[in-house]
Ligand binder design. Structure first.
Ligand code: SAH
Length: 394
């Protein structure tokens, strides 16, 4: 399956149940116009909004696929996506956003589970084994990680299962068993056993290599992420003498690419310990020396830096949907980096934060939406701001 037959009017048979593709009743050009109009509505009071950057091929862009497993009333094993807001599985063997290879692996796992009688986890009775499967593919490397999520460490017939899966899909590079005994809606648990290969895959993004494990945060749309990062770094105008703060840095992607391409020094801040551990490994993997990663709250770090009169030339921030905290924004103003590049996956909170920065000495100079999530209503925007000292004297 590659191209949907109808590119509009709900081409996916489970669209309504799944709910992830809120815009799929529109053609792709209509979706881009819709996102553009929304960006203009929220952000044009700060400056001109450049034309949204879309995808040439807006299908199968997700490098992460996941499926929940269950049984029908008659006992047949099913897999698919939770219907929005529920734990009812909308059964499907393919998704227009996911990679067909990943979807085929999920179907094989379901068939194998059926043939070997692997117990499927029953959420109500809290018994059974198989809960979810997650597949991550390296867009550039072609490497594939399969995470089989079970409710207990026991995985009956594990060796035979793995051999059969590898025989059907020899392109799989690693398989892990993730144990999730929790009762919330998290897909992955904290404990993991490597069943085959290294337990992680690597992928290349803007010329740097990144290690991705089942639990790592990694941007899901490779092609658009490269465009997003290129624009953000172009806006940042970095030179080797600059110190860049990469706030909300995840596994260190933006900072490492910046250091490698522009020779600048970088401090990356992230509050998730696992992500910081990955970032440190990624730093070594790419042989970049002049980068430090710290596990801290971005607001607290910036506040302390401002108090100690530290200097930063450029700040890139890429916060989660909630946007930046007031502490973080006040500290930005106190630290006053000349350029700030604010990447956001939620233009509503970004507009709120830009309002604060604009009142406190920053001017918005560029606004660029990028379509990272075709068919969904999500909008990603990059905004370049400069501090008044710089634009006053221009
Ligand atoms: N820039 C990265 C990650 C962006 S996602 C990339 O492009 O891949 C946002 C990141 O912010 C997540 O990794 C999340 O763990 C982190 N985060 C959330 N709240 C934070 C806080 N208060 N301080 C520091 N990091 C935070």
């Amino acid at each position: 399956m590659s191209e949907p037959k109808k590119k509009n009017n709900r081409f996916c048979p489970i669209a309504r149940k799944c709910g992830a593709c809120q815009l799929q009743n529109m053609s792709y050009p209509e979706q881009l116009s819709w996102k553009m109009a929304k960006s203009i509505k929220l952000l044009s009071r700060f400056g001109h909004v450049d034309e949204i950057i879309g995808m040439d091929e807006p299908y199968h862009y997700r490098n992460k696929a996941q499926a929940a497993f269950g049984r029908t009333a008659r006992g047949r094993i099913i897999s698919g996506i939770y219907q929005s807001g529920t734990h009812i599985i909308a059964t499907t063997d393919s998704c227009y956003l996911e990679s067909p290879e990943a979807d085929a692996i999920i179907v094989t796992i379901r068939r194998l589970a059926e043939s070997v009688g692997l117990p499927i986890y029953d959420e109500d009775r809290r018994v059974g084994c198989l809960r979810h499967v997650l597949v991550r593919t390296g867009a550039e490397s072609g490497q594939i990680l399969v995470a089989i999520v079970t409710a207990t460490p026991v995985f009956p017939g594990k060796n035979h299962f793995i051999q059969a899966l590898l025989a059907a899909h020899p392109q799989i590079t690693t398989i892990v068993q993730n144990i999730n005994s929790g009762h919330d809606s998290m897909v992955l648990g904290k404990t993991q056993k490597v069943l085959y290969g290294s337990g992680y895959i690597e992928d290349t993004l803007c010329g740097c290599v990144f290690r991705i494990s089942a639990r790592s945060f990694y941007q899901i749309n490779h092609a658009q992420t490269e465009k997003l990062y290129d624009i953000a770094l172009h806006y940042a105008e970095l030179s080797p003498k600059d110190l860049l703060i990469d706030a909300y840095c995840g596994i260190g992607t933006i900072g490492l690419i910046a250091a490698k391409q522009y020779g600048c020094r970088v401090v990356g801040i992230e509050n998730n310990e696992t992500a910081i551990r990955d970032a440190v490994i990624n730093k070594k993997r790419n042989g970049v020396e002049q980068v430090r990663f710290l596990c801290d709250d971005a607001g607290r770090f910036l506040k302390a830096a401002a108090k100690e009169n530290q200097r930063a030339d450029v700040l890139i921030c890429d916060p989660p949907r909630a946007g930046c905290s007031r502490d973080f924004l006040s500290a930005c103003v106190a630290l006053a980096p000349q350029r700030m590049v604010y990447i956001s996956c939620n233009p509503e909170t970004q507009a709120r934060d830009l309002g604060f920065l604009a009142k406190n000495g920053y001017r918005v100079r560029k606004i660029q939406p990028v379509d990272m999530f075709p068919h969904t209503a999500h909008i990603e925007t990059i905004v370049l701001l400069s501090y008044k000292k710089e634009w006053d004297c221009r």
